[in-house]
Design a protein around this ligand. Structure first.
Ligand SMILES: CCNC(=O)c1c(-c2ccccc2)csc1NC(=O)CNCCc1c[nH]c2ccccc12
Length: 330
């Protein structure tokens, strides 16, 4: 697993990381972003403009003997951050670690939004449920869906520590990647996500209820995105915090701020506590006066999105048996 580190040395410890995993699509090594919040495996293709291809590894089906066109098939995906991609579809052998999946749908992007060009990735590998794969007319399966029968156990786990190299463990749990005993929450896969009940949270010693709320465990989202009531309650504990339209979210003074911990309930029983120090994302401006929070608003609805800042504190276990989500402190 490769982690791309932001090169600038921040005044305040923060992270601007990319969790990239090197995988071989028919022997061609690509850095794909493993994304438990989506179900499409897509790669930069040769038909992208040269400017978009610069600095990226491009998958070339013509040089893969095992590649087959999935004729007449298309895909198109849009993410809530406004980014997106679309293109055509083929199948090939995709190998991660020691496990190869033959006839894996590989979606070739002939259009991608600008945010993907600047990110150091060569594509995405979706690890949510195949029910939200966007390929038409025949929906395709994720790599994990295709691989799970050949894994010793139908599960994978995400180990994404802050400022250190991480790993994805497929088919087993690596005891070196977590402490204590994992606890589990039942997953509702109705929406195609690894989604659990998340009906309360704790900040500053107070417990707040979020009736009917859920949480999506999503390695493809960098931050923790929660409903407005929770985000307001959190930053009410941070002096000088403001929700800045110009800076695009909640910011607070970098100097002299000690962020409170945030405990979120996952499933019927257990809370996961994200230490405050992991909730300082990065300086919000060049001067480094204001810092951008790792907790931001999800907009409307009752769905919270627990992204990489969650996985900086917890080993995340995605178990198809159930399905269920397990977590243990790093
Ligand atoms: C902000 C991106 N996240 C989302 O839109 C999202 C939401 C979501 C829904 C409503 C409001 C906010 C977020 C639910 S599941 C979910 N997760 C995903 O969609 C996961 N895939 C994100 C892929 C992605 C989008 N832009 C990137 C830039 C670099 C690397 C990966 C990405």
């Amino acid at each position: 697993l490769k982690k791309r580190q932001d090169t600038s040395t921040p005044a305040v410890p923060y992270q601007q990381v990319e969790y990239l995993v090197n995988i071989a699509v028919a022997g061609q090594k690509l850095n794909l972003d493993f994304d438990t919040g989506s179900a499409d495996l897509w790669v930069f293709s040769d038909s992208l403009p040269a400017s978009s291809k610069k600095g990226h590894n491009i998958y070339t089906p013509s040089s893969s003997p095992s590649y087959k066109v999935l004729s007449g098939h298309k895909w198109s995906i849009a993410y809530a951050d406004g980014s997106g991609a679309s293109g055509t579809v083929g199948t090939d052998t995709v190998t991660i670690g020691g496990t190869s999946v033959t006839n894996q749908a590989v979606e070739l992007a002939d259009r991608i939004s600008s945010s993907f060009v600047t990110d150091g990735l060569d594509g995405l590998l979706g690890l949510s449920f195949s029910s939200i794969n966007t390929v038409k007319p025949t929906q395709q399966k994720t790599w994990f869906d295709n691989a799970k029968a050949s894994l010793s156990s139908p599960l994978f786990a995400a180990y994404l520590p802050f400022n250190a190299n991480g790993a994805y463990d497929f088919g087993y749990l690596d005891s070196a990647h977590y402490s204590g005993t994992p606890v589990y929450a039942p997953v509702d896969d109705t929406n195609g996500f690894w989604e659990v009940a998340s009906t309360s949270y704790k900040v500053g010693g107070t417990t707040h209820s979020l009736p009917g709320n859920t949480g999506i465990l999503d390695t493809g989202t960098t931050l923790a995105l929660m409903v407005d009531s929770a985000v307001s309650a959190y930053y009410a504990q941070v002096s000088g915090a403001v929700n800045s339209r110009s800076l695009g979210g909640w910011v607070f003074p970098c100097k002299g701020t000690t962020l409170p911990d945030l405990s979120v309930r996952l499933g019927p029983t257990n809370y996961a506590t994200i230490p405050g120090k992991l909730l300082n994302f990065q300086p919000a401006d060049a001067s480094g006066t204001q810092c951008y929070g790792g907790l931001q608003s999800v907009g409307g609805g009752t769905m919270n999105v627990y992204g990489d800042v969650f996985f900086n504190a917890f080993y995340g276990i995605f178990d198809a048996n159930g399905p269920r989500f397990g977590f243990a402190p790093l």
